[in-house]
Design a protein around this ligand. Structure first.
Ligand SMILES: [Zn+2]
Length: 140
């Protein structure tokens, strides 16, 4: 899995996971990646983000571990989401996504609705809530 920091034609930045660099190329070429904020499929790479850390801060070891664990949990949730076994939490989505990311909610894949503002806020908190790319089934 590789994480790219992406940017849409409208200037919105967001992160998304891909099985490989080639998969990113194929999916963007086919317009399968949509901006979570405005829905634009004109997507390009912003910068390449490290696979685990967000990179904007240098965390102390304990914090780094927690961050890493959170990212792994997040990725696991994303994987399940892609595999179509999500729980529909509807309008509680932003709240549930935060709880799961923070570890206070039961770790499970969810789907639901978020407004553009809610999606942006979650994104800024580092919570991945994206329209997900295809993921190969050999991840497990
Ligand atoms: Zn956008």
């Amino acid at each position: 899995m590789i994480k790219y920091a992406l940017k849409c034609a409208g200037g919105h930045e967001f992160d998304s996971w891909f099985p490989s660099a080639a998969s990113y190329d194929a999916q963007t070429a086919q317009g399968q990646i949509g901006c979570p904020i405005c829905g634009s499929s004109e997507i390009g790479k912003a910068i390449m983000a490290p696979a685990v850390y967000h990179g904007e801060s240098i965390a102390a070891p304990a914090e780094a571990d927690a961050l890493r664990a959170r990212k792994i949990a997040e990725l696991r949730a994303l994987r399940h989401y892609v595999m179509g076994v999500t729980e529909d939490v509807g309008r509680r989505f932003p709240e549930e996504a935060r709880r799961i990311a923070e570890g206070s909610g039961e770790e499970r894949p969810i789907r639901g609705q978020a407004t553009a503002e809610e999606a942006k806020a979650l994104h800024e908190e580092g919570i991945a809530i994206l329209p997900l790319p295809l993921v190969p089934e050999d991840l497990n």
